[in-house]
Design a protein around this ligand. Structure first.
Ligand SMILES: Nc1nc2c(c(=O)[nH]1)N[C@H]1C(S)=C(S)[C@@H](COP(=O)(O)O)O[C@H]1N2
Ligand SMILES: [Mo]
Length: 323
């Protein structure tokens, strides 16, 4: 994940007002169809238009949400990392439409009382959706505010009844080369499928979230449809997309970026301005949308600003060693 200096003018400065439209909606008609749904998306040839994505029922979880304005829908859905579809930021929006996400099932295995293959709807059925507006900080030093819709990860995991041996939980992304051009690439550095994992107490933290939507509608494929992890105090690569496998484990799992470059990307990957990436500083981040006249560099904060909710998880740990 080299910092690709994408020219800053390539990111829409977009003062178009989806966020204000959106904020009004939040204020006055909570839980109804997102207005952002009507946005035109001329650039997207293959991805489903947002107006065709299912509208979700949800309640606001204001206590878990930032007041910072969410990035416009266009930025969230056109500037992505999803290497299964290519390494350029625009590749996922262009190619992820090829991925079929219905039907979808998740294989649950390992240290739990309820292993098995679950249809996505069965896994989600007992839970009601919340909206959480989280900061997402990529290890490449850009960030966005994103209004996710989904369920707390802990609620889903508890129903699967992890045993006392379950110290970690591991996730895998879909491996389907015929629909994922990045998986067919001979130059890919990733040993597919994309893998991630959390320590059990991290997974059970109130902030860990399984997103199925954004801006009130089903997730567009490029953002990890139909279900992806969101761990807002960690670098974005922990937030694995399009999940097909959940495994409860006794040992710490091997994760994709750690496998590629263990000296650069650790298992923990907590956002930390005091621990630089070997090739660049982590002290600041470019908050998107940004532009040539408004680069919008801001200070990076420890645990991405979620220190109060998560710092207890790392008490006594040397965060420079466990990066
Ligand atoms: N399967 C998979 N999940 C992934 C990635 C990926 O390449 N493949 N990229 C990660 C990275 S580096 C980031 S920053 C976030 C980006 O999420 P977004 O595109 O929804 O903003 O997804 C993460 N999840
Ligand atoms: Mo990232």
């Amino acid at each position: 994940m080299f910092i690709k200096q994408r020219p800053s003018w390539a990111i829409s400065e977009s003062e178009v007002t989806p966020e204000s439209v959106y904020l009004n909606r939040r204020k006055f008609m909570s839980g109804v169809v997102a207005s952002a749904a009507t946005l035109a998306m001329p650039g997207l040839l293959q991805a489903k238009e947002s107006s065709k994505l299912e509208a979700l029922d949800y309640r606001q979880a204001a206590e878990y949400s930032t007041d910072e304005p969410p990035a416009p829908y266009d930025d969230i859905t056109r500037y992505n990392n999803f290497y299964e579809f290519g390494t350029d930021k625009g590749d996922p929006a262009h190619h992820a439409g090829q991925m079929s996400v219905d039907p979808w099932s998740i294989e649950v295995e390992g240290e739990c009382a309820r292993p098995g293959r679950y249809a996505l709807d069965d896994l989600l059925e007992p839970h009601s959706y919340q909206e959480r507006i989280y900061r997402l900080r990529c290890v490449e030093a850009w960030s966005m505010v994103i209004p996710w819709v989904g369920v707390p990860l802990a609620d889903v995991l508890k129903r699967l009844e992890p045993t006392s041996k379950a110290k970690y939980v591991y996730f895998e992304t879909l491996h389907r080369p015929e629909q994922m051009p990045g998986q067919r690439s001979l130059f890919s550095t990733i040993d597919w499928p994309y893998r991630e994992g959390l320590r059990m107490d991290e997974a059970m933290n109130e902030l860990s979230f399984l997103a199925v939507g954004l801006y009130g509608k089903a997730l567009p494929n490029q953002n990890g449809a139909p279900i992806r992890l969101v761990v807002p105090w960690k670098y974005g690569f922990k937030s694995i997309k399009s999940i097909v496998r959940i495994r409860f484990m006794e040992e710490q799992p091997k994760t994709s970026w750690e496998m590629i470059a263990p000296s650069e990307y650790g298992f923990y990957a907590n956002v930390n301005p005091d621990v630089d990436h070997p090739r660049w500083s982590q002290k600041r981040e470019r908050r998107l949308p940004s532009g040539i006249f408004r680069p919008n560099w801001i200070e990076t904060t420890k645990f991405n600003g979620y220190e109060q909710q998560v710092s207890h998880l790392y008490k006594g740990m040397d965060l420079a060693k466990f990066y």
